[in-house]
Design a protein around this ligand. Structure first.
Ligand code: ZN
Length: 282
């Protein structure tokens, strides 16, 4: 069985997300956003977040008002409210640049910093009165100095469902975008439990009923600003798949011995598929 390290599994490194009003030092990383892109240092054929010293000296960014995001071990990540021009050796990149970044802990940390930076940047103005907001210094939030509205980071919960029928599991392919096999998945709606979302998404996407819904694992997923919750569920009744063609191109039962492989082992989806293939579950 393939060794699986989920994207967030950065052991022996430790992710410290507790809020603090830390000040930056030389080796800390700084996020500089332009719209939905992040400024990265391009070096030796790879990319990395720029360090605080580099941001000040090479990019000449004023760093008086950096917002602390989190730390990994002793290295902290900060957000700059100011932007910077692209200099030699630096360029703006989308969040997906972190997906394959090495070392893996920096890929996870960079994507997470990016998610927080995007959240802060999309709350620059108060959603109620449109005044400029400020970053709170005693907790991770923005506050409107005019009307007092406080906003905390938002995470969108998603369910991923491994639908099982004896030795078979159901895999799907999206109609657009990601074109490899996946499991049924969807965002949880307001007012819904995770279990309700599992039942609804399975019915909407593949027209099946499920029972014995059981939680497997979760995964923070910066690329969609979500928290993924993985469940396995047993088919309940008729196994005829009726695919929602707006969302899916394909839905198909695979016997445990015939499941295709996928190079991607850091996603919760494929961790679940591999757990089923190997018999770790059922
Ligand atoms: Zn306001």
């Amino acid at each position: 069985m393939a060794v699986i390290n989920l994207f967030q599994d950065i052991h022996p490194h430790l992710y410290h997300v507790e809020f603090s009003d830390k000040k930056p030092s030389g080796a800390d990383y700084v996020c500089i956003l332009r719209k939905d892109m992040l400024l990265l240092e391009e070096r030796d054929g790879g990319i990395s977040l720029p360090r605080f010293d580099t941001v000040r000296s090479v990019l000449s960014v004023v760093c008086e008002d950096l917002t602390y995001l989190f730390s990994v071990d002793g290295i902290s990540f900060f957000l700059s409210l100011r932007t910077a021009d692209e200099a030699g050796g630096f360029g703006y990149h989308p969040i997906f640049a972190f997906r394959e970044l090495k070392p893996e802990w920096l890929g996870f940390a960079g994507a997470t910093a990016f998610q927080l930076a995007l959240w802060y940047s999309s709350r620059r103005y108060c959603g109620r009165c449109a005044s400029l907001t400020t970053h709170k210094t005693d907790e991770r939030a923005v506050v409107c100095p005019k009307c007092g509205l406080i906003e905390y980071p938002k995470i969108a919960p998603v369910v991923i469902v491994g639908i099982v029928d004896g030795d078979r599991i159901l895999l799907t392919k999206y109609a657009a975008g990601y074109n490899r096999y996946a499991l049924v998945a969807g965002f949880v709606e307001i007012g819904e439990t995770l279990e309700d979302a599992v039942r609804r998404e399975v019915m909407e996407e593949v027209g099946l009923q499920v029972k014995n819904i059981r939680y497997y694992k979760s995964q923070p997923w910066a690329f969609s600003g979500s928290l993924l919750s993985g469940f396995f569920a047993d088919l309940d009744g008729d196994d005829t798949i009726r695919v929602d063609e707006k969302e899916l191109a394909e839905g198909k039962w695979f016997h445990r011995n015939d499941i295709p492989t996928d190079g991607n082992t850091m996603s919760l989806t494929w961790t679940m598929v591999e757990a089923f293939r190997s018999g770790e579950v059922f």
